[in-house]
Ligand binder design. Structure first.
Ligand code: NAP
Ligand code: MG
Length: 497
């Protein structure tokens, strides 16, 4: 019998009010059920929001360094359970063990960083323009936070949001992706074990349209932290405008790696293989486009096709596997539809372009690593996020042309440039329109203490990671203390004429 999971609301395990459930399956072996989860709705969300509101009354008064201690403890438990959690995540969403271990490590790093921020969260003190008056600003919690996460980083992304929110003093209603509810449930279990009081973190499982929407629509939710597709992000933004709730959106990407003719080509090749086919291309920072200088274009394409054709596909629980399955059937159909569009629009299919079948692969949603060459900037596969192992290769005449091609999408998350020319590197750092630029490293590889997020339609200006996350999960309160015992008027008393 697969394990039955429940919501956690106000410290109580609860089924969905309606009694409905849904299954979560292993994408590498679709017959295997990972767990059964409550299919919740607005009534469940409302109960969770009430619990979070109640819990906020005490939690926001609990000292921030103490809140940090609890988050640190959660980090310690993640360390102890890292191997077991990585296996659960690979079973749940398919990426290989090497990567799910990295995903847990991101959670650990975020726990330790966030815990330490509990002893900083610095405000500012400044001199007043008036005598016997003191001014300062400080960070205060916001209230109840709604957290909505995607499935591709089932541990890291929820921790990026939940750990800083907790240390900030907010309480939480968490709706994880329907494809990775088991990892999310385990994270919440770990937080409870670490000492998070009842009602401070609540988890409500269910679909985006029912549970996600109910979170966004709830007036008592003061802020929503969302990571997912641009289409859903826009919808959330529109609804949130009704109550002016604060919304952080981390959305899609169409990231590119530039390879200049002066680059170390072997290094650039390792970078694009990892960037394009790691996590089976299902990363917001995946390398989806490769822009190669015309002088090395043919040579680099040959090198790339040769190495890509040798990538080993299979169940990520086997340590020798390099590329796991796509997360579900719909995702595989979507990826394949882009292959069809690419062919129809005249791109040259170099490798892949079909489902991978045979032997153990038949039970899962495997897709061959796919390379399209001679892709023109106006083609659909050069513009739209595919979220699969499909790489579109384009040719550039110069660094300026390469940057122009790189900037030619509605997204702006990550970018990479391989060059040994200092002038090219600095031009790229300045002119690329993206939240993240790597020089001589792939588009993936964010470190948790650095700001993470994108420009243009990748987001709405907020950043996760490190101290930046605390800017979202806290408000700034400005305080003036006048100890002069008389009415003092700023701007007026000091400058009389
Ligand atoms: P998604 O379909 O937008 O789903 C993300 C989350 O939103 C899931 O929990 C989903 O629930 C929920 N959701 C769906 N519809 C909703 C609605 N109408 N209202 C409220 N919530 C709703 O995205 P995904 O397919 O899971 O993830 C892939 C996307 O995420 C890609 O576009 C990728 O680039 C982006 N991403 C961005 C970042 C970043 O930091 N910029 C990081 C990772 C992923 P269900 O699971 O129940 O549908
Ligand atoms: Mg699954």
């Amino acid at each position: 019998m697969p394990k039955a999971f429940r919501n956690l609301i106000g410290g109580q395990e609860k089924d969905a009010v309606s009694g409905r459930t849904f299954e979560n399956r292993n994408p590498a072996d679709w017959n295997e059920i990972v767990g059964i989860f409550p299919k919740s709705e607005k009534r469940d969300v409302d109960a969770a929001v009430d619990a979070a509101k109640q819990a906020y009354k005490e939690w926001h008064l609990f000292p921030a360094p103490k809140r940090g201690d609890i988050v640190k403890k959660a980090g310690d438990i993640l360390v102890a359970r890292k191997g077991e959690l990585a296996k659960q995540m690979t079973r749940e969403m398919g990426k290989v063990l090497l990567e799910t271990r990295g995903d847990v490590q991101e959670g650990i790093d975020t726990a330790y960083y966030s815990a330490s921020e509990g002893r900083r969260m610095f405000g500012v003190t400044a001199p007043s323009e008036l005598p016997d008056k003191f001014t300062m600003s400080m960070r205060v919690p916001v209230g109840v936070a709604g957290v909505i996460s995607p499935w591709n980083f089932p541990m890291a992304i929820p921790t990026w949001k939940i750990f800083p929110a907790l240390v900030s003093g907010d309480t939480i209603v968490f709706k994880p992706a329907s494809d990775t509810p088991a990892t999310a449930a385990t994270l919440v279990e770990i937080l409870v074990e670490a000492g998070v009081p009842a009602g401070v973190v609540n988890i409500v499982h269910g679909t985006g349209s029912e549970v996600g929407m109910a979170i966004v629509q709830n007036d008592d939710i003061e802020l929503v932290s969302f990571t997912g597709s641009t289409a859903v992000g826009k919808k959330i933004s529109e609804i949130a405008a009704g109550t002016l709730k604060r919304v952080s959106l981390e959305l899609g990407g169409k990231n590119a790696e530039i390879v200049m003719d002066d680059a170390n080509l072997e290094l650039a090749l390792d970078g694009v293989l990892w960037g394009a086919f790691g996590t089976t291309g299902q990363r917001c920072t995946a390398t989806s486009r490769l822009i190669v200088h015309e002088k090395v274009y043919d040579k680099f394409l040959d090198m790339l096709a040769e190495r890509t054709s040798r990538l080993k596909l299979g169940n990520g629980l086997d340590e020798s596997i390099e590329v796991g399955p796509l997360v579900n059937e719909a995702q595989r159909e979507k990826v394949h539809s882009y292959t069809e569009i690419g062919k129809r629009e005249g791109a040259r299919l170099v490798l892949g372009g079909e489902s991978a079948r045979g032997g153990n692969l038949d039970g899962g949603w495997f897709y061959k690593p796919t390379i399209f060459a001679d892709v023109a900037p106006e083609m659909t596969i050069a513009r739209e996020e595919i979220f699969g192992p499909v790489l579109s290769v384009m040719k550039a005449k110069s660094i300026d042309h390469a940057i122009e091609l790189l900037n030619g999408t509605i997204y702006g998350l990550s970018s990479a440039v391989y060059t040994k020319n200092l002038n090219h590197a600095f031009k790229a750092m300045r002119d690329i329109k993206a939240g993240i630029t790597y020089i001589n490293a792939p588009t993936i590889g964010a470190e948790t203490h650095m700001p993470f997020g994108g420009v243009k339609q990748t987001g709405n200006g907020h950043r996760e990671g490190g101290a930046s996350a605390f800017e979202f999960f806290t408000e700034i309160k400005t305080v003036y203390v006048d100890y002069s015992d008389r009415l003092q008027r700023a701007q007026i008393d000091t400058y009389k004429n």
